[in-house]
Design a binder for this molecule. Structure first.
Ligand code: C2E
Ligand code: MG
Ligand code: MG
Ligand code: MG
Length: 290
């Protein structure tokens, strides 16, 4: 009995197609529609220097609200986009719209710090990825130094020679390369030491509780990053005790709800206006969660 008549007359595949599969189909259709209609939005989460409090950058984070399905979390739709191959088109949208936003802020006379975007392992694998990034920067009249690209460990698992060349070409243009969620994946230290990188972002799980081994790993990652000449950024910082810990261990920058939730572009723009005058970020700019 795989099928029975649904409430409004359509056939429901009760067991053949589980709820999970149904949700995926719905989401995939909605995701294609969202791409066609550009119904995504970018929010920006500030990052600050741990020692001076100065604004050092912001991470662009994708937001999506579907007309029918409501708000969908990136962890859900990014995974689906990777499975369906839609991620490369989404990545292009993110790159294009981030550069467009930076251009607008600059045209408003704002001092825009580096903006980081998340790059999927499937994007970096595209042969024309580097030329696409460089062309988009040029199209918006932006120097490479305006962007940081965040790669999670799975994105580092490609052929190390070719990946190294791609990253080096981006760095030569001034683009910074960060390893995101470091410590949560499987990248080897050999690989890490061979790739041309600028920044390590410590996965927030290591900072959740400061009593156990997690904090020891976080401290070791800070040391490792500095040994390799990288800047170390802590993410997901929510509490003062985490901030104290990071300061004591010489971490460079942080990001998290304690500093600010991700902000919509207008709010981020206002923050940039303030930062220009004060050049120091007030620690409680956090607005409504986004
Ligand atoms: P991520 O790159 O590690 O981004 C940081 C995530 O932590 C964001 O979740 C952010 O909202 C959240 N976060 C920030 N501060 C805190 C905090 O203090 N506490 C906690 N618990 N969480 C905090 P979000 O926006 O839901 O994104 C989740 C992931 O989805 C991102 O993790 C990234 O891997 C992916 N993602 C988001 N936007 C994009 C995108 O444009 N492209 C790609 N490829 N991936 C994206
Ligand atoms: Mg990230
Ligand atoms: Mg992260
Ligand atoms: Mg994460």
């Amino acid at each position: 009995e795989a099928r029975r008549q649904g409430r409004n007359g359509c056939v429901v595949y009760g067991s053949a197609l589980g709820r999970g599969a149904m949700r995926r189909l719905q989401l995939e259709g909605a995701l294609r529609r969202a791409l066609a209609q550009s119904s995504f939005e970018l929010h920006f989460q500030p990052q600050a220097d741990l020692h001076t409090g100065a604004l050092t950058g912001a991470e662009a984070l994708l937001r999506w609200r579907d007309r029918d399905l409501g708000r969908i979390e990136p962890v859900e739709f990014i995974a689906l986009a990777e499975d369906t191959g839609l991620i490369t088109r989404i990545g292009t949208w993110v790159l294009e719209n981030t550069c467009h936003q930076i251009r607008r802020w600059r045209d408003q006379g704002l001092d825009v710090p580096r903006i980081a975007i998340n790059v999927s392992r499937l994007e970096i694998a595209q042969p024309d990825f580097v030329s696409g990034v460089l062309r988009t920067l040029v199209d918006h009249g932006l120097p490479g130094g305006t962007l940081t690209l965040e790669l999670t460990e799975p994105a580092l698992m490609h052929d190390v020679e070719r990946l190294g060349q791609r990253l080096q070409a981006l760095r030569a243009a001034g683009v910074r390369i960060a390893v995101d969620d470091f410590g949560s994946g499987y990248s080897s230290l050999a690989r890490l030491s061979r790739l041309p990188l600028d920044e390590l972002k410590i996965d927030r799980v290591f900072l959740a509780t400061l009593q156990g081994n997690g904090a020891k790993v976080a401290a070791a990652v800070i040391g490792l990053g500095h040994t390799l000449g990288l800047r170390v950024v802590a993410e997901g910082v929510e509490r003062e005790d985490q901030l104290d810990f990071l300061r004591r261990h010489g971490c460079d920058e942080f990001q998290g709800h304690l500093l600010s939730h991700p902000l919509d572009a207008a709010t981020m723009g206002r923050l940039l206006g303030q930062a220009r005058i004060q050049h120091r970020l007030v620690m409680d700019t956090a607005s409504a969660p986004s």
